[in-house]
Ligand binder design. Structure first.
Ligand SMILES: [Zn+2]
Length: 103
């Protein structure tokens, strides 16, 4: 159940949109810029997204998508996937980690 909600929240994040739960509906911040398919998906999976957002913020979850973390991520931190989305949005180049292989 978590996965679809997490993917959806990441998709909104990719568009720079934050999803908030109000008592009777969702609020998108900023409003009016979400593509139609995303808004329809949020309607279809609203219960899942609301359940996930109810867990946030949490010291052990990404603040955007709720991905659990083994160590506290802090209130302003993202999981790797969400951090990469932020980097991509800002046009940063993220180089793959080079692993030294023992000879
Ligand atoms: Zn995340």
């Amino acid at each position: 159940m978590d996965t679809i909600a997490r993917d959806l929240l990441r998709d909104f994040h990719r568009h720079g949109i934050r999803v908030e739960v109000l008592p009777d509906r969702f609020r998108l911040n900023p409003s009016g810029i979400a593509p139609e398919p995303l808004r329809l998906a949020l309607r279809d999976y609203g219960d899942e997204v609301a359940a996930l957002l109810a867990l946030l913020p949490s010291p052990n979850r990404c603040k955007v998508c709720g991905e659990p973390s083994r160590s506290p991520v802090g209130p302003d931190n993202h999981c790797v996937a969400c951090a990469l989305i932020v980097a991509d949005r800002r046009g940063w180049t993220v180089l793959p980690v080079q692993h030294e292989r023992a000879a």
